[in-house]
Design a protein around this ligand. Structure first.
Ligand code: ADE
Length: 325
């Protein structure tokens, strides 16, 4: 198996030899450039470690992936999807940024933004549920991030509170793009001389992926269960589930096992607890809609009364995060 070597050159280094000849060469970061620290998280194919750049002491989270295990379990495609999508999503504060990639004999390394506040799920579990102000703020930051990734042609497909991390100022950083989908370029003949839609290099294998891939049960959209097909609106279904969960303390569709959860989703079998805020209820009801094309689009969500008075755009990310309660 081949691992593409295309880490970005990050600056240059000047070297002058004995004859006075100066050469300028790109610096490629590697394992030796970082001090590795505590474990931040562990997945089936990777471990995320805190690390410090030895040159400037800047802190990162480094995702270390085991090459042998990934090859054996046929996950190479997903690792490439994660790298390719993150490389497309570099201009938004709400998405974990990929700074460098490198490898050694055993592992691949993704150097990412450190999100020291941990998972939104952890904070939610500690508090039970969020008040309206916190739900509006975290909902707005998640939505703004989703709007950006959709504008860049990326569907996340596994949005959930575990994949919403928080930085040191308690602002959102969305992570885990290993199951994302890159949409074909919508520009006419964009970047493709054959006239075929360009884009997702994995399209040929998309059918088997669609069959085998189901995100986390509680947040999976009905179209993914029914047609094995996710679209941008599938992320908005998950967003509706998250808004519900922040206020209610539990996701809308939850049952004893995955099969029963899927049955509830397909039947739109959920209800609101007493005291659930009316504006939020109206928004969730316009997102948890079986037909994806009938879900509220991003721009209408932003102007929904639940988000009345919300400052969108850059000022959302500059404001102080509300005290959690
Ligand atoms: N766990 C997984 N990814 C992380 C990140 N980027 N920062 C902190 N913890 C994490």
């Amino acid at each position: 198996e081949e691992w593409k070597e295309r880490g970005a050159a990050v600056g240059t280094q000047r070297e002058t030899d004995a004859s006075g000849q100066t050469t300028v060469r790109p610096i490629k970061k590697g394992v030796k450039d970082f001090n590795f620290g505590r474990t931040l998280g562990e997945g089936s194919y990777s471990t995320v470690l805190a690390a410090t750049d030895r040159q400037n002491l800047k802190e990162y989270a480094i995702k270390v992936l085991d090459k042998r295990h990934i090859i054996k379990e046929k996950k190479v495609k997903y690792v490439n999807i994660e790298r390719d999508t993150l490389n497309r999503l570099t201009e938004h504060p709400g998405i974990v940024r990929l700074y460098y990639t490198f490898q050694d004999e055993r592992s691949l390394y993704f150097v990412l933004d450190l999100a020291s506040g941990g998972e939104l799920l952890g904070v939610l579990k500690k508090l039970g549920s969020f008040d309206i102000e916190c739900t509006r703020f975290y909902g707005a930051e998640i939505l703004d991030s989703v709007a950006y990734m959709h504008s860049r042609g990326v569907i996340h497909r596994d949005l959930k509170p575990e994949n919403v991390l928080l930085d040191s100022n308690m602002h959102v950083k969305i992570t885990d793009f290993g199951t994302a989908k890159i949409l074909p370029d919508p520009r006419p003949n964009g970047r493709n001389v054959t006239g075929e839609p360009s884009g997702d290099p994995t399209d040929g294998a998309e059918t088997d992926r669609a069959v085998s891939f189901v995100g986390t049960a509680e947040y999976v959209s009905p179209e993914l269960l029914r047609d094995k097909n996710a679209c941008k609106a599938s992320d908005l279904w998950a967003f509706g589930c998250i808004i519900y969960q922040l206020l209610a303390g539990r996701p809308p569709f939850k049952a004893a096992n995955e099969y029963l959860t899927f049955q509830k989703i397909l039947a739109l079998d959920y209800s609101f607890p007493d005291g659930f805020p009316e504006d939020a209820r109206d928004l969730v009801e316009r997102l948890l809609v079986l037909e994806p094309s009938n879900r509220l689009p991003v721009e209408h969500i932003k102007s929904h009364r639940f988000f009345d008075g919300m400052q969108w755009g850059k000022s959302l990310w500059r404001q102080k995060a509300p005290r959690l309660s």
